[in-house]
Design a protein around this ligand. Structure first.
Ligand SMILES: *Cc1c(COP(=O)(O)O)cnc(C)c1O
Length: 948
């Protein structure tokens, strides 16, 4: 074996934890492939010319205990103070039943985006609860299943307003009382599209005739609660749209955006039980009126029926999304914040409307009490009315008071030179309030007895969360079981391999996950002073240095919250670079037709024109076509976007030429890093010619997918692009792409822990085994299926495209039939119909042991055999196990009148006898769901039926 275990035991543990096949299994697999060593296989799969010169060396791998101890030490360098900083981030109590059973539960966090609805009914229900909760609280018709953060949601709302408004204006108005980071991100996003941002006072500066839309913060960043009804009416008269960024907690007591006439509402749901995490991950929301729903960005869960007419959930209106519409999509959002949306929805289920209102009332009473104490002592509060935030005039005492509060362990917000902002939340105690008074020189006892200070006209009178799901018996026994019931409906990595090509569903090791919920990482406000975030600073610096080593880039920005956001940030830095060089006219982006949908969607967002490049017969980029187009657009070429290894799962020999041609004609090379799992330790995008790449930390670097997010998409850049990376208002710079300076930093301990516990050698070994596992599957499927693309040695990289199209002609078996039949065997289908329609793309990752690969192979071979039975007349062409898949428990116990046995239908090869996974619904009807769009919780009788 090429990999020699050292006598240093922890290194060996590292590999046994993360790498699936044992040494003996690897030897068998290599024999199947007809090679004598892993290195021989790698030499056949990876072109010599792109191999990296030096092996990765991060010192010896750490054991789990040592890595956790290191992490503990670093976490202690963060100082957790009580935050009263506000600005869209609030202290919150994560109900322990949610923390342990969702946030810390692999059944929830290792799930994939619910593209295969039959195995996703649990998380789809939880996300439908989220949508219902948001639609109710905002009093709008439809809400999506989450966006990345409040600031990008505001930018998405601006784009939605622009698409939908009949106004000819190119100006978008932004309330000066929006949070600073929201204003900055909106500016970033408007600039490349040629839209002007006017920041001002909505009541004095807004001329509705001159804008296509306007954004208001409610309550404002300083706490003011304004009624925007008249302003919104004026906007509508001018055919402009109104967007409100609203705090859901405040909406339990205040008149809702929909009730003021707003067309769109957005905001952060963090304070519904999701820890601060120094900025994320949190779920942002977006809700809109019914007539805008077909332009809504992000994922939308809808209600449909299955083949037996039973209710079933699914993603709806997918034709809006990047994976179908590409550069014409409503946004580039792919990974969003599903797990955090699930948590926020469960917080609402847990507390119900009365509980939420009680929490909000208590927060408000803390605020009024604190304000009254300050006023009694002679201070002036700037707001007549407020919910949880106000500002106090303090003159030259600002620094003194803030320092006194710090000494009490409390962060207050400096507003201007002579005001202080104070925001209260669920976690603030009487002792905290008394400490703030002391900082102001006041000795007083908190009573929470001061009167409400909400504007009379804005008191909420309408109902919300009336659906029975928000009125369950709230005994923890019930809550635990509800969460468990939903989790059991889903197939996540804790039960089976999820061989999704391009998505890299690898192990999310428990030891990597543990630090995420440590208070030192999770209870910090993103704008807390930097000297309180030294642990994060150290982690980010070390992780960045290691990622630079891995990628061959010079600098990393941690800001992007997903791969697609990374693409956007990377293209933006390319754009800024061209402009700085006097090349503002460069706006052509070459993208192969095999690219992921986010690539063209992101290019469009920086104002680039997408020019598709053909793919040759063998799956490689058509070099001639590439050169011809680069030459044709030599004056205007801005960039190319390529994926390496290609989305066809092959290391193309010509990658350097593609990069050289792009550079020759003045363009920059964006290498989509989603396939880094085939490269780490073996080749570096920065060496093969890339100027910038994103890394999907939620693919290659072990952050779990969470059922559709969270994610992290940091970008690596060459030195010449470094000055053009995103800035952030909290660091005194601008041009941000996310609300928080480090995106979602509380996820970073996962990737850092992975690297520490693997070491350079372990990471390289992981890459090699990922390639081994994929080649093993490809080899074993030979004869049954064609593998669409391989290199000249017949080898693939870490994934392969399995051609199921011939079955369509020979047996009327569609790729859907194959995918759904895999469910009967207890598998999540591979990536379907991308990048080639009608095929499956299989990526096993290094984490899967041989037995699991063999189980999958057995399932795939059995499907081929069933298709052959159809071809040869042994199975009915219509009424067969493939067409009827997935089979449910109900099928099994109902009158069985099928021309094949129960055994064959329900227990195909791969299915476990005892631990059989049963899909809770039969095949979901997509067409019905798109014709009858229902995006909130259906009536309770249906739940009853499902529970029976
Ligand atoms: C996953 C993926 C993306 C998008 O990443 P998100 O984090 O989902 O936004 C982009 N390109 C490729 C090739 C991918 O596989």
């Amino acid at each position: 074996m090429p990999y020699t275990p050292t006598d240093y035991a922890p290194y060996d543990f590292a590999n046994r934890r993360h790498i699936g096949p044992s040494e003996a299994e690897m030897a068998e697999m290599l024999a199947t492939l007809g090679v004598s060593s892993l290195d021989e296989l790698i030499a056949q799969a990876v072109p010599q010319g792109i191999r990296q010169a030096e092996p990765l060396d991060f010192g010896p791998a750490k054991s789990e205990q040592r890595a956790l101890a290191t992490m503990r030490d670093v976490s202690k360098k963060n100082q957790v103070l009580v935050s009263m900083l506000g600005q869209g981030y609030h202290g919150t109590v994560t109900p322990p039943v949610i923390q342990r059973n969702i946030f810390e539960n692999p059944a929830w966090y290792t799930a994939y985006t619910p593209y295969q609805p039959e195995i996703s009914q649990g998380r789809l229900e939880a996300l439908l609860n989220f949508q219902t909760m948001v639609a109710d609280l905002t009093a709008l018709d439809v809400a999506n299943a989450s966006l990345l953060d409040e600031a990008t949601a505001a930018a998405e709302a601006m784009a939605l307003a622009q698409r939908s408004s009949k106004s000819k204006s190119t100006t978008f108005f932004v309330d000066h009382h929006c949070h600073a980071q929201v204003i900055d991100v909106v500016k970033t996003r408007a600039e490349p599209l040629g839209w002007t941002i006017q920041v001002g006072n909505p009541f004095t500066d807004l001329n509705a005739q001159e804008v296509f839309g306007a954004l208001f913060q409610y309550p404002g960043t300083y706490g003011d609660c304004h009624d925007f009804t008249d302003v919104i009416t004026a906007l509508h008269e001018a055919k402009a749209l109104a967007v409100m960024s609203a705090d859901l907690m405040a909406l339990t007591m205040l008149k809702a955006p929909g009730e003021m006439g707003a067309d769109i509402a957005i905001g952060n749901t963090q304070r519904f039980g999701v820890p601060l995490g120094a900025g994320g991950p949190h779920a942002a929301y977006m809700a809109c009126t019914d007539k805008l729903k077909r332009s809504l960005p992000g994922r939308l869960v809808g209600v449909s029926i299955d083949s037996h007419g039973h209710r079933a959930y699914r993603l709806t209106l997918q034709t809006r999304e990047q994976h179908i519409r590409r550069e014409k999509a409503t946004s580039n959002v792919c990974t969003a914040q599903a797990l955090l949306a699930v948590m926020a929805s469960m917080y609402a289920v847990f507390h119900g409307p009365e509980g939420l209102r009680a929490i909000a009332q208590k927060i408000h009473l803390k605020a009024t009490d604190l304000a009254a104490g300050l006023e009694d002592a002679g201070y002036t509060i700037d707001q007549d009315s407020f919910f949880d935030t106000f500002t106090v005039e303090v003159g030259h005492m600002q620094g003194l008071i803030i320092r006194a509060a710090l000494a009490e362990g409390i962060n207050l917000r400096a507003v201007g030179a002579d005001h202080i902002g104070i925001t209260l939340d669920e976690k603030i105690t009487r002792a905290n309030i008394e400490a703030v008074w002391r900082a102001f020189g006041i000795a007083r006892t908190a009573t929470y007895a001061a009167p409400y200070r909400l504007p009379e006209a804005l008191i909420r009178t309408s109902d919300y969360l009336t659906h029975p799901v928000f009125h369950m018996n709230r005994a923890e026994a019930e809550m635990t079981r509800y969460i468990r019931r939903l989790a059991d409906r889903d197939l996540a990595l804790d039960r089976a391999m999820i061989p999704l090509g391009s998505c890299t569903m690898k192990l999310n090791a428990t030891a990597e996950m543990m630090p995420v919920t440590w208070p030192e990482f999770s209870d910090i406000h993103p704008f807390a002073p930097m000297d309180q975030q030294q642990g994060y600073a150290e982690l980010v610096a070390d992780l960045s240095a290691k990622l630079c080593d891995v990628t061959g880039y010079d600098a990393i920005s941690m800001q992007p919250n997903s791969g697609a956001q990374g693409e956007y940030a990377g293209l933006l830095s390319i754009r800024r670079y061209h402009i700085a060089n006097g090349d503002a006219g460069r706006d052509i982006c070459l993208i192969p037709t095999s690219a992921h949908g986010t690539n063209p969607a992101s290019a469009q967002m920086v104002g680039y024109k997408v020019v598709p490049v053909a793919v040759a017969e063998n799956g490689d980029i058509d070099l001639e076509d590439f050169r011809a187009k680069a030459e044709k657009y030599s004056d205007t070429l801005a960039a190319c976007m390529i994926t390496y290894p290609s989305t066809h799962g092959v290391f193309e020999e010509t990658v350097r030429e593609v990069c050289d041609i792009t550079h020759e004609f003045g363009g920059q090379v964006y290498i989509d890093g989603a396939n880094m799992n085939a490269m780490v330790g073996i080749a570096r995008p920065g060496d093969v010619g890339g100027d910038v790449s994103h890394l999907n930390l939620h693919k290659t670097f072990c952050i779990p997918h969470g059922g559709g997010g969270p994610g992290m998409g940091p970008i690596g850049v060459k030195a010449h692009l470094e000055p053009h990376l995103p800035g952030h208002v909290a660091q005194g710079t601008s041009g941000a792409v996310s609300a928080a300076p480090w995106g979602s930093p509380s996820l970073l301990p996962i990737s850092w822990g992975y690297i520490l516990m693997m070491g350079g050698e372990g990471l390289t070994q992981a890459t090699k085994v990922a390639i081994l596992n994929a080649n093993y599957i490809a080899k074993r499927l030979e004869g049954a299926y064609d593998i669409l693309y391989s290199n000249k040695n017949g080898r693939i990289a870490h994934e392969c495209i399995v051609d199921t199209r011939p079955l369509k002609d020979s047996a009327h078996v569609s790729v859907d039939d194959v995918a759904k039949r895999l469910i009967d065997s207890g598998f999540h289908a591979p990536t379907m119909s991308w990048p080639v329609a009608g095929t499956l793309m299989v990526e096993p990752t290094e984490s899967e042991p041989k037995a699991e690969l063999d189980r999958f192979i057995a399932a795939m071979l059995s499907i081929r055999a069933e298709a052959r039975d159809i071809e040869e007349g042994r199975l009915d062409p219509e009424n067969n196990p493939l067409r009827n898949a997935p089979h449910t428990m109900e099928d099994l116990v109902s009158d069985w009148d099928r021309p094949y046995s129960r055994q064959q239908g329900c227990f195909p090869p791969g299915a476990f006898r005892v631990d059989k996974y049963w899909a809770p619904v039969n095949r979901v009807d997509n067409v019905y769901g798109d014709r009858n769009v229902v995006c909130s919780c259906p009536p309770m009788e249906d739940y009853q039926e499902a529970a029976e």
